[in-house]
Design a binder for this molecule. Sequence first.
Ligand code: GLC
Length: 543
Amino acid sequence: MSLGPEDWWREAVVYQVYPRSFQDTNGDGIGDLEGVIQRLDYLNDGTERSLGIDAIWLSPTFPSPMADFGYDVSDYCGVHADFGTMETMDRLIGECHRRGIRLLLDWVPNHTSEEHPWFIESRSSRHNPRRDWYIWRDAKPDGSLPNNWKSVFGGPAWTLDETTGQYYLHSFLKEQPDLNWRNPEVEAAMLETLRFWFGRGIDGFRIDVMGMIVKHPELADNPLNGDWMPGDRERSTQLWQNNRNYPEVYDAVKRIRAVFDEYPGRMGVGEVFGTAEEVGRYYGDDDGNGLHLAFNFQFIHEAEHGLTAWDAGALRRIVNAAEASLPAEAQPCFALGNHDRPRFISRHNADARGPERARAAVILLLGLRNTPFIYYGEEIGMEDVDIPEDRLQDPARIRTIGRDPERTPMQWDASPGRGFSPAEPWLPFGDTSPNVADQDRDPGSLLSLYRRAIWLRRNTAALLRGAYRELPAPADVFAWARVLPGEPSVAVAVNTGPTPREVDLPGGGTVILATDQALEGPLKSGKLTLPPLAAAMVQAPKY
Ligand code: GLC
């Protein structure tokens, strides 16, 4: 495959900024767009002193009543006053581009806010022209709900609107009514919002809840999940067959992709859930008419279900399944963290060795054939913060575990305001450590490892474009090679176990990056020895 400039996202490292928590510049305890501008040099100033990322994904910055912190949009073509103005956004786009950084926004097509003018009209009467822009149903004749669907956040997915006596569908909070994508006017209006931002220079979108926008035409009940166990989440009592990954959603994806293609070099990455096959289908057919990328959340989900969270066998199985189920030219996108999931270290810390695993995770993420996404703060090893009851913010906490602990402000330094804000922050800070200032000066820090890994990847063709090939490895080790004709190969090995392991690399080679810098340098005797929980990248002419 030959790459053109429009394929930048295949080689990119993307950094997710949760704007409320990145940098406050107006002293209200809430991060803002001006703050992102001020911190751009940290992300990439063109030198190896900076992180070296290629693109930013900004979680929603649109006007919103903030019932779900911006994932309830009341105007897709504006900027929330908490974050700045359209002028600040334009400046951010310009400042990013000046540094060669691409900017992705977060498009929320499945639902709007209940305060979006479309919904205000829709709910005003059964005869309003926008009534059919949302999904309204009568109760069943026996008075029960229109169907058995659950909200992702728990409870029924239906709320009765007293004014017109009908229920509306909301797959999330009741403040987030689902749009009716079967109405062509809705689709056209939503696609226009993409064009609006592409026209202003936005380079692409992370697409929220991609897999749910088109539902079963009759909204048929979901089948019950026979494997559900008491203690599992309420939403898992049923299989989300008629409202998630419904076959026609893949046709909508192609029409969305067509709008991206009107603007060269734009990229879309979908938030999708399902089996490796279901995720693979979002990429479209072999001719690339689907999403450019679709997140694979298996690394996270295994950990959440108490399965072998950091285990070579599980990692290998997840990667091989993804590699096997993608169309020929598609590139995986393995997620290790985001604003909805406990932070990496907190997920892998039962034995207090999470920080070591976080170092190996850098090598996993940057070593796989993958477009890596880094959630802000992961590069310094931020952990979930205990939030006192009276400081809780996330409305989803009411029925599921809240997401506040992983959304706390970025820790820039050890000062009382952590370099984030002089004011009381919207969510409490964690301990003074970790922070950027300390790690910046320490060549052995996690931040330094991230920087080295990202810049190494930028400068190593096999890591950017090489094919993936699994390598034989002993128990507890997942090893693979990245191979590109005419370029040195890179072997990557991750030891997830408690004992040292030896990986045979008969071709020899040089360790170019490792969790512990002492491991770096030429291999002796064609063997790589990995201490417990260590990982390394080894370069040789050929593997
Ligand atoms: C996605 C977002 C999450 C949000 C939900 C509803 O899962 O990542 O934060 O609550 O969609 O929009």
